[in-house]
Design a protein around this ligand. Structure first.
Ligand SMILES: [Zn+2]
Ligand SMILES: [Zn+2]
Length: 264
């Protein structure tokens, strides 16, 4: 069994055929998917999807792109929404200085709100970080100093130092289809040095389809292609990468019940 730790099933790209996409993923051996919230104001659509499929769970939070529009979202609101049994994570939140769709101080403020909610609920924080290595490292070190919280650096595409800091602070590192791209040699070298018990795989669908689907719409079934490249990168078999990343997934997203076949 493989899992997709990060996808966006609520996006309009999937509207017509969501059930077929989940079915294709399950048929491909993807036993669990986490559909990630990007706007608290649209959380209702996300939770309805999670409620519709046994294999789908979700998060609640505001993507850094939308941080300026959702600065009124409080820690209390996140805590309250995350009480739903299908909500297994907070986020995605973080810093995106590549697009800078929201002012950087708004991104940081929203990020710290989500950290507080993760700390209070004990749910893991799904972190989006792009071109913001130094500020991300500073905030993670500052906030973990105030009190522990679990987190994953999702769709990792930052520099080696941020991966090392994330791991040192107890975090997980999740790799997407980017790790399969020909020009991602440095990213594969970083992945090879992440401790195996901190590795996760994801699609970030509908974006970032792995080779051989690069440039097309991504979907959770394709996470198998990312896992295959990650296995080759770290020198383990396909069965081992599935076992390791799935075990890590259930350890991090610990609110999600493990399927009985895996509970031993
Ligand atoms: Zn993201
Ligand atoms: Zn995402």
């Amino acid at each position: 069994m493989l899992v997709d730790s990060h996808c966006h099933l609520d996006f309009p790209d999937f509207a017509e055929e969501r059930a077929a996409i989940v079915a294709r993923a399950v048929a491909a051996g993807i036993g669990r998917m986490v559909t990630i919230s990007t706007r608290v104001k649209r959380f209702q659509q996300v939770i309805e999807i999670a409620e519709s499929f046994d294999e789908v769970y979700c998060s609640v939070g505001t993507h850094p792109h939308n941080a300026a529009e959702e600065l009124d979202v409080t820690v209390e609101a996140l805590v309250q929404l995350s009480a739903h049994p299908k909500v297994v994570a907070i986020g995605e939140a973080g810093l995106d200085y590549f697009y800078d769709h929201a002012p950087r101080d708004a991104q940081a403020q929203g990020f710290r709100t989500h950290i507080a909610a993760a700390r209070e609920t004990g749910l893991p924080l799904v972190i989006h970080a792009r071109d913001a290595d130094s500020d991300m490292a500073d905030i993670l070190e500052d906030e973990t100093g105030k009190g522990a919280f679990s987190f994953v650096l999702h769709c990792f595409s930052s520099g080696r130092r941020l991966a090392e800091i994330g791991v040192a602070l107890g975090g997980y590192v999740s790799f997407s289809g980017i790790v399969t791209f020909k020009n991602s040699a440095e990213l594969r070298a970083i992945a090879a040095d992440v401790p195996h018990d901190r590795l996760l795989v994801e699609t970030d669908a509908p974006y970032l389809a792995p080779i051989p689907f690069r440039g097309k719409r991504n979907e959770p079934a394709y996470v198998a292609h990312t896992a295959k490249v990650l296995a080759e990168t770290i020198g383990v078999s396909g069965a081992e990468i599935a076992a390791v990343t799935t075990d890590n997934f259930f350890r991090l997203f610990s609110k999600m019940p493990r399927p009985t076949a895996l509970s031993a």
